[in-house]
Design a binder for this molecule. Structure first.
Ligand code: ZN
Ligand code: ZN
Length: 150
């Protein structure tokens, strides 16, 4: 298992190979880091069922962009999304839809799936995926975006 998160202070990537323990997961760049609830759980099949960082139990699946090409595409999508957000932040929902459509296009690259926490955006890679975990749902995303747990 590989878990990718990021530092809320400096946005440096945080990489773990097991569920975080309760407390601070240190950041190598700025010395601060991300606070973890540390109660991550896997279900009987070994699929992620509770996020070790934020205690959230809702996840979505997405193609894995852990390739050079994928990273380039992701960067391009994030870049255009950022421009979009800066231009008119009121339309962020629409921006996410556009990004989602672009992500769907990337399905054609046949990349494997990863699971992402709706609340804290931690990425879980290299685990079985619960069949109940579906693709990105804007309604669920908005629920977390507007009632964000720290
Ligand atoms: Zn940091
Ligand atoms: Zn989480």
């Amino acid at each position: 298992m590989e878990i990718n998160s990021f530092c809320p202070e400096c946005e440096n990537g945080i990489f773990l190979y097991e569920q975080p323990k309760p407390g601070l997961v240190p950041c190598k760049r700025c010395g601060k880091g991300r606070e973890a609830v540390g109660k991550g759980e896997l279900d009987a099949q070994g699929a992620i069922s509770r996020c070790g960082f934020c205690d959230c139990v809702e996840f979505y699946r997405q193609k894995d962009f852990n390739t050079k090409l994928g990273l380039w595409i992701t960067a391009a999508i994030l870049g255009s999304a950022l421009v979009f957000f800066l231009k008119d932040w009121l339309k962020t929902g629409f921006g996410i839809l556009v990004a989602g459509a672009l992500l769907d296009l990337a399905l054609y690259f046949g990349l494997s799936d990863i699971v992402i926490c709706y609340n804290c955006r931690a990425i879980y890679r290299g685990l079985p995926i619960n069949p109940k975990v579906e693709g990105f749902d804007l309604k669920i995303h908005d629920r977390y975006a507007f009632h964000k747990k720290k």
